[in-house]
Design a protein around this ligand. Structure first.
Ligand code: AMP
Ligand code: ZN
Length: 470
């Protein structure tokens, strides 16, 4: 039995898909105007784990992820510039090239993090006609109005606007300073603060690189309209699970729900899951504020991208996670230790057929209990280490369980191979060990440095030095 914290109902709920073992999953994809930062990637790792947990529990998942290549503005308030057109200006390239370049970069990042690709990728610019159709339905039903810069959705026409909003906020909705809370601004002509753009007009005298004709004038679609259309086109309405980062609750996802309800009288998706933010000591990780770290920054410092994946597992997805280089180094060390253990158990795997003992089965059951209870990955990880250390189960069972757990963790444990360490390196390692035994630490350290420069690292363990490729 799977349970998820559903932001639509504001509680932990037993997961019941629409069609017995089939799940429709939509995850808001990247806005491709820049590299993804590791905060963005935390959200995609959480979503990947969700998908793997569903698959581990024998659900067949149909996963759709969009590429936002137009319509996401620099301000949540439907003012400001289109992020991609702005990047194109700054980088002296055309908007289509920018979108293509950063889409490829994003795909490389998720591959490095062993995030499973969606079944369907869909670009916002490939569904413009469908978006216009949705706005026409909303027009027929009387939900839209025109102001100078675009066509807007009248949120006061919808009885239940703000279904994702925390109850506390909803109660005080009239008094609360929404402008501050949700970063919504007043726009000249907008009827209600929460109204949002469905279609923005190309300003007079301007030629945008990405613009289309529509029944209301030349322009481009609003970001929230895009996601409703791309999700429902492939998954229908309603579908099962919609995900994104926590910043999407108040505006983006709220406005997706509003449009689907107004147009089709249905909830867009039954479960809404959101990942909390990755933050820096200094505060928010944000591209606009310039303080952001990319996966390539981690790789440049010799970290394995999967160490970042492991780092994300140390905190529950609904808790803030503070990034630090020390924390990442600890995750890398833990991952290395795990890899050593897997290789050690693999060597001892018995050739006879494996029958999991009671104790091993108990670990497996408990692991599934943790991951199924709103993705308690930190607990599942602690259990994994407890199992590794348990003297009452065999190396074969441990190896089997680790590969089984890795279907969810995705740390590539099945791909580990015994590294062949060149004899020249082994000789240096033995020499260093001799100096260490003699307490000649200066000589030992010199040799460690030499070995490092030759591309190998030594870790001193109670059972002797362990060598691996850098
Ligand atoms: P964007 O490319 O800006 O559309 O964002 C891609 C995803 O990253 C969205 O699901 C956001 O909610 C999420 N996101 C943005 N900033 C962070 C952060 N600091 N930590 C975790 N997720 C984030
Ligand atoms: Zn979206």
């Amino acid at each position: 039995m799977l349970k998820f914290f559903n932001n639509l109902t504001h509680k932990l709920q037993i997961f019941k898909p629409l069609k017995d073992k089939k799940v429709g999953l939509y995850t808001c994809g990247p806005t491709v105007y820049s590299y993804a930062h590791i905060g963005n990637l935390r959200t995609y790792i959480f979503e990947d784990v969700l998908k793997r947990v569903l698959r581990y529990n024998n659900y067949k998942v149909k996963h759709v992820m969009n590429i936002t290549d137009v319509g996401h503005l620099t301000s949540q308030a439907d003012s400001g510039e289109d992020k991609i057109e702005l990047a194109a200006k700054k980088e002296g390239q055309n908007a289509w090239q920018i979108a293509k370049f950063y889409t490829e970069a994003f795909k490389k990042d998720i591959q490095a993090l062993n995030i499973l690709e969606p079944d369907i990728w869909v670009k916002a610019t490939d569904t413009i006609k469908d978006q216009i159709k949705l706005i026409q339905i909303l027009e027929k039903k009387g939900y839209i109005y025109r102001i100078t810069d675009g066509i807007y959705f009248d949120t006061s026409k919808l009885k239940n606007y703000g279904r994702l909003w925390p109850k506390k906020l909803k109660k005080k909705i009239k008094e609360i300073d929404l402008e501050k809370y949700a970063r919504i601004e007043k726009i000249e002509g907008k009827k209600n603060l929460t109204d949002f753009a469905l279609w923005k007009f190309t300003p007079l005298g301007v030629k945008r690189q990405m613009e289309w004709d529509s029944p209301w004038g030349r322009g481009f679609p609003g970001w929230h309209t895009e996601c409703v259309v791309m999700a429902s086109k492939f998954l229908g309405i309603p579908f099962d699970i919609h995900c994104g980062g926590i910043d999407h609750i108040l505006i983006h996802h709220t406005n997706e729900i509003a449009q689907a309800e107004a147009a089709y009288g249905k909830i867009l998706a039954n479960y809404w899951l959101h990942g909390e933010f990755l933050i820096l000591d200094k505060g928010k990780m944000s591209k606009s504020e310039g303080n952001f770290i990319t996966l390539n920054d981690l790789i440049a410092k010799n970290f394995n991208p999967l160490a970042y994946r492991y780092f994300c597992f140390t905190t529950h997805y609904r808790q803030k996670l503070t990034f630090s280089w020390e924390g990442l180094a600890a995750a890398q060390a833990a991952l290395n230790r795990l890899y050593e253990k897997v290789k050690e158990f693999k060597k001892q795997v018995s050739k006879t057929q494996l029958n999991l003992g009671q104790k091993a089965k108990k670990y497996q059951k408990k692991f599934n209990y943790f991951i199924s209870e709103d993705l308690k990955i930190p607990q599942a990880l602690a259990l994994m280490w407890q199992m590794i250390k348990d003297k009452n189960i065999s190396a074969s069972e441990k190896y089997y369980l680790l590969l089984d757990f890795d279907k969810v963790l995705g740390l590539k444990l099945a791909e580990l191979k015994e590294e062949k360490i060149p004899s020249k390196i082994l000789k240096l390692v033995n020499e260093r060990e001799m100096y260490r035994q003699q307490k000649n630490y200066q000589k030992a350290d010199e040799l460690r440095e030499k070995i490092k420069n030759l591309g190998y690292l030594i870790e001193d363990t109670p059972s002797g030095p362990v060598v691996r490729k850098r």
